[in-house]
Design a protein around this ligand. Structure first.
Ligand code: SF4
Length: 121
């Protein structure tokens, strides 16, 4: 007999904050309800089995007191966030930097780049 489980999440994909109910059978998602749009359904499916987050942080700039804001170009697995933040904290780059420039390619082997979200000359 399959093991059935439900999980509830607030969808964070837009300000409406729909309450999602995700039903799993033997660890696999079988339904998502409470979503008002397809984005919420996709979010609920991912959040229930493999939560991901986009990480934002700051990197050092050589000879500049003010750090540069960066983010991951795509969400990364939630369990890798501390490791990625450590890698970002240890990074110092040289200007000039444009918005969207890759600051750390394939950060921690996640397959996701860290990119600049501001420019610096
Ligand atoms: S389900 Fe759709 S409408 Fe509801 S919070 Fe998520 S993105 Fe917004």
């Amino acid at each position: 007999m399959p093991t059935r489980q439900t999980k509830e999440f607030t969808c964070v994909q837009c300000p409406m904050g729909c309450l999602l109910t995700v039903t799993l059978e033997d660890g696999a998602v079988v339904s998502v309800s409470g979503n008002s749009c397809p984005r919420g359904k996709a979010y609920g499916r991912t959040e229930a089995v493999h939560p991901e987050r986009t990480v934002t942080s700051l990197v050092g700039i050589l000879d500049d007191f003010h750090p540069l804001s960066v983010k991951t170009a795509a969400p990364i697995p939630r369990e890798r966030i501390d490791e990625v933040l450590d890698a970002i904290a240890q990074t110092v780059i040289e200007p000039p930097v444009e918005i969207g420039d890759v600051v750390i390619p394939d950060v921690c082997g996640t397959g996701v780049d860290v990119v600049a979200t501001e420019a610096r000359s």
